[in-house]
Design a protein around this ligand. Structure first.
Ligand SMILES: Cc1cc2nc3c(=O)[nH]c(=O)nc-3n(C[C@H](O)[C@H](O)[C@H](O)COP(=O)(O)O)c2cc1C
Length: 177
């Protein structure tokens, strides 16, 4: 599959089969995160792989009841190691770059998973403190996304995406309604 097809066909899937993910596939998916760009190559990405059902149930609760998370055989908690970026970039590193760095890694993971035939969903709605407790995150490690990964049980239709001409502006940003 070419990159444009992967980019366009990936969907946020919220229903998974329980089939286990072969370790080799999981490693390829997670490795895609490692290759993402990061601010000054500070690489703040840390990932926690959750396989235990009991722990997934806790994540569901932390994610305000998004029960489909527990259907996936694996859930990855994407975290930022704040000091790695903060050391180099201070406040901007702490407040902005760690979010951008881990977002780039998250997208790489979603795309690689799709290429290998797996479904994912980027989960950003969760209670930080609860997730920190579940993964026993040390201070200065911030969870930024949860990614359930599994074979899709139901693939949603492509949602509406804004037209390119609506979001591309020439020279100056002109507001449109
Ligand atoms: C930062 C971020 C946070 C998100 N949080 C959630 C979430 O908590 N739960 C969920 O079901 N989907 C979540 N999504 C997925 C979006 O709803 C989804 O990407 C959007 O509806 C477009 O659909 P598509 O991914 O299939 O193109 C999130 C996506 C992003 C980028």
């Amino acid at each position: 599959m070419g990159i444009s097809e992967v980019i366009k066909k990936r969907r946020s899937v919220r229903s998974y089969k329980s089939d286990p993910i072969p370790e080799e596939d999981l490693r390829k998916i997670l490795d895609a995160g490692r290759w993402a760009p990061s601010s000054g190559n500070t690489q703040p990405l840390e990932m926690v792989v959750i396989r235990k059902q009991k722990t997934k149930k806790k994540l569901v609760k932390a994610a305000r009841g998004q029960s489909f998370i527990a259907q996936a055989p694996v859930v990855v908690v994407i975290c930022a190691n704040i000091p790695r970026t903060e050391r180099k970039y201070g406040e901007r590193g702490r407040n902005l770059y760690i979010i951008q760095d881990t977002a780039a890694a998250t997208q790489n993971i979603l795309l690689m998973a799709y290429e290998l035939g797996y479904a994912t969903c980027w989960i950003g709605s969760f209670i930080d403190k609860e997730v920190e407790k579940i993964i026993e995150a040390p201070e200065k490690i911030r969870p930024l996304a949860l990614i359930p990964i599994g074979k899709p049980a139901r693939i949603p239709k492509t949602p509406h995406k804004r037209n390119l001409d609506e979001i591309v502006h020439e020279e100056k940003l002109r507001s449109r309604r």
